[in-house]
Ligand binder design. Structure first.
Ligand code: 5GP
Length: 210
């Protein structure tokens, strides 16, 4: 995604939403890099070696999928679609297959097996979290890394990314109104209001100090 701009207040909202979601996932046994939120804009995370891969899960067809394969916008997929993209801005994060990952040694088969399973579980958990507050989880992108676990004295794979309306597509269940970064990408306006709406529905209360 090439379009860039600074939207006032978006970082603060993303920080809170991501904290809420990652904490929620941790409580469900998903290992993440998140340690704690430090203040309005910063969080403490574990150092992780990031796999150069974006893991994308899609429940409803939109965005690059509809363009690439000429699939009608809004098509409900028979089952969640997991896609891999090579993290390379200069190339616009191209779609790759699992075989590319193994051939270039970006991750092992064992690692991908674990990541795929974890990613689909995250999709199930997040679908439920959002559904409960009247939001459809259309698709999202996550990244993983390897971080040191001081209890086991071993490296382990952790979810190493924010999860927020910047990285997910979120549609209102009833109106299908976009409550995510597509408001910015498509110049729909009211970006902050949409992010605030997501935070409010998740029960995240605004913070005035810190
Ligand atoms: P698409 O491939 O349709 O553009 O994006 C699929 C999903 O992955 C969307 O939820 C989108 O927000 C997320 N996504 C894909 N690439 C990126 C990226 O480079 N940055 C962010 N923040 N999200 C991405």
């Amino acid at each position: 995604n090439l379009k860039k701009a600074k939207v006032e207040g978006k970082g603060v909202l993303n920080n809170r939403i991501s904290e809420y979601i990652l904490t929620n996932l941790s409580q469900c046994g998903i290992k993440t890099h998140f340690v704690k939120r430090l203040n309005m804009r910063e969080q403490l995370i574990k150092r992780a070696e990031i796999f150069p891969i974006e893991f994308i899960v899609r429940n409803i067809a939109t965005g690059s999928l509809t363009k690439r394969l000429d699939i009608p916008e809004g098509t409900l997929l028979e089952r969640p679609l997991l896609e891999y993209c090579y993290k390379k801005d200069e190339l616009n994060d191209p779609l790759i297959s699992r075989e590319h990952i193994y051939s270039f040694g970006w991750a092992t088969e064992e690692e991908i097996k674990y990541i795929d399973k974890t990613t689909l579980r995250i999709n199930d958990l997040l679908t439920g979290v959002f559904r409960a507050v009247g939001i459809k989880l259309v698709d999202f992108k996550i990244e993983y890394g390897k971080a040191w676990n001081k209890d086991t004295d071993k490296k382990e794979i952790v979810l190493a990314d924010e999860i927020s309306p910047d990285t997910c597509r979120l549609w209102d269940v009833k109106t299908e109104k976009k409550l995510d970064k597509d408001r910015f990408r498509k110049d729909l306006g009211n970006i902050i209001q949409a992010y605030q709406e997501v935070a409010r529905r998740l029960g995240i209360v605004p913070e005035t100090t810190n």
